[in-house]
Design a protein around this ligand. Structure first.
Ligand SMILES: [Zn+2]
Length: 165
């Protein structure tokens, strides 16, 4: 699986995650410097090979407004660590509205959770209070740093020294 590259702003705050190809283009254009590489990996082109960047820093400050983490299936499952928030199952995952849409429940980070198909069907069109099904964690709106730390812990420990500051 291809590793991703963490992009830091001039002040070292994380601003984006890009592909290795994009990171190398930024460094070749002198728009960024490589701060850390993945050991034992390299990028090959026809004529040369490059160290595989893990963290790069932009050479000019970029004012990038933070728009929040995109609410989608992949990010929701990741926030919930791929587990049904009622029973903990990791199989047949679906998305559940904690407060059902029919009862005015919203489609947002604090009302959507990961639920296995069985729990979703059992819960049906009821609230957790009505079914007595308890949530294992409270649904929250994740930050960019939450996802960066999550990714770093799973497959890019080279990022960790740059996320703490
Ligand atoms: Zn379940």
């Amino acid at each position: 699986m291809e590793k991703r590259v963490l992009v830091l702003n001039l002040d070292h705050s994380p601003v984006a995650v890009v592909s290795a190809q994009k990171a190398i283009v930024l460094t070749l254009l002198d728009k960024a410097n490589v701060l850390s590489t993945y050991d034992l990996l390299e990028i090959r082109t026809v004529s040369r090979s490059f160290e595989y960047p893990a963290v790069i820093r932009l050479n000019h400050y970029k004012n990038i407004p933070y728009r929040g983490v995109l609410l989608n299936r992949v990010n929701l499952f990741r926030r919930d660590k791929g587990e049904c928030q009622y029973c903990g199952s990791k199989r047949h995952l679906t998305i559940d509205h904690v407060i059902p849409k029919s009862k005015g429940g919203k489609t947002n980070w604090t009302n959507l959770i990961t639920a296995c198909n069985r729990c979703n069907v059992n819960k049906g069109d009821k609230t957790p209070e009505q079914t007595g099904m308890n949530l294992r964690t409270f649904p929250f709106k994740p930050t960019l740093s939450f996802f960066l730390a999550d990714y770093a812990e799973r497959q890019a420990e080279e990022w960790l020294p740059f996320l703490s500051s």
